[in-house]
Design a protein around this ligand. Structure first.
Ligand code: KG4
Ligand code: ZN
Length: 347
């Protein structure tokens, strides 16, 4: 039996781990050595198939994963210059996600782990985003303050050790990426919204008055639904009155409101907790305005900033390998009854 096979498995410091990610519309595979060295990373996206629907259609994403997964894994193994026999473990995103989507990765990973007789390591996608920083800075060690900003999550986290997280604050309603995507739709921009809002914002100015975001009174919590509604009211109001307005100015003003607060709260947490390192992860961290804001604020305050490159902020499998390695060292192995989950806790 599989469980018996891996019972006496010996953990290796320099383990070569194949990581698989399929929680949303990216099918990705990566090979990571010793938790920090990326031997290969491959991504295929079905995002073009979702554009006409204005968002990810779960059924289409799942079908695309089933077509892409073998190809992506084969490419990752080949470009890492290894064979399947060299693998020490397989890490896979089991959630959070669209359920049918991570299920494809989980089924594939189970089959491969079983046939190779090596451990199957279940990985939370959210923790993966936070662990991308370990790939950017090989010396990075907890504790640090982490800003998580993705399509599903917005949070300021005190990472106490490789496995202990304290959430200092999170969003009370929409996630920041979700707000970007909704505002994109209001401005007539196509999916995926975030990068398109960023592009348009570069042509505009921050001159539209939008409501103040939760500051001191919110602790480290965030609220994005008021900001989103204000953008909707502003654009509809202008259209009803037949008044001209510049969409680029709305994009720029929204981006400033949505992003400045993330930078402020991350820096505040670093100061309050006396932790002089900040890291960031999640798709929104690919935003140039946020990256610049973090860089400037950390420089000014003498805080060390570990910012993964843009491709490690948006969905990828390398970050799943980095987090998978941490779980692997703990011996957190799954049996073949591992199932995909729509929601997972960060803790
Ligand atoms: O981390 P991610 O790829 O998937 C989740 O785990 O949610 O994040 C996707 C989110 C989307 O809401 C997308 O619009 C946003 O990240 N995003 C951006 C940018 N690139 C991706 N938001 C603002 N500016 C960007 N450049
Ligand atoms: Zn993600």
């Amino acid at each position: 039996m599989y469980a018996d096979k891996i019972k006496d498995y010996k953990i290796k410091e320099d383990a070569i781990i194949l990581a698989i990610e399929s929680s949303c519309d990216e099918t990705a595979a990566a090979v990571i050595k010793g938790g920090r060295e990326i031997l290969s990373s491959e991504i295929m996206s079905s995002s073009a198939e979702h554009i006409k629907f204005g968002g990810v259609v779960p059924e289409i994403a799942s079908r695309a994963h089933t077509v892409a997964i073998s190809l992506v894994v084969e490419k990752a193994i080949e470009s890492a210059g290894i064979t399947l026999k060299d693998l020490d473990a397989i890490a896979v995103t089991y959630g959070a996600g669209l359920l049918g989507a991570p299920l494809v990765g989980v089924s594939y990973a189970k089959t491969l782990a079983y046939s190779l007789g090596i451990p199957l390591v279940p990985v939370s996608h959210i923790r993966g985003h936070l662990s991308a920083s370990y790939l950017e800075n090989k010396e990075l060690k907890p504790p640090f303050i982490s800003l998580l900003a993705s399509g599903g999550h917005t949070a300021i986290i005190h990472v106490k050790s490789y496995t202990e997280y304290q959430i200092l604050g999170s969003t009370l309603d929409d996630a920041v990426g979700e707000a970007f995507d909704k505002v994109a739709r209001v401005l007539g921009l196509s999916y995926p919204g975030g990068p398109n809002v960023e592009r348009l914002a570069r042509e505009g100015e921050n001159n539209v008055k939008l409501p103040k975001m939760l500051k001191g009174e919110g602790g480290y919590n965030f609220s994005y639904s008021g900001l989103k509604t204000a953008v909707i009211n502003y654009t509809h109001g202008k259209e009803q009155k037949g008044e001209e307005y510049k969409k680029a100015d709305v994009a720029s003003s929204f981006q400033s409101s949505a992003v400045d607060i993330l930078v402020q709260k991350a820096v505040e947490a670093s100061e309050e907790y006396g932790i002089k390192t900040i890291t960031a992860g999640g798709g929104v961290v690919a935003n140039g305005y946020l990256r610049e804001g973090l860089e400037k604020a950390c420089l000014k305050k003498g805080i060390k900033l570990v910012l993964p490159p843009k491709w490690l902020c948006t969905d990828n499998a390398a970050m799943i390998g980095a987090e998978g390695y941490i779980q692997y060292l703990k011996g957190n192995f799954a049996d073949l009854d591992l199932n995909a989950k729509a929601r997972v806790d960060l803790q």
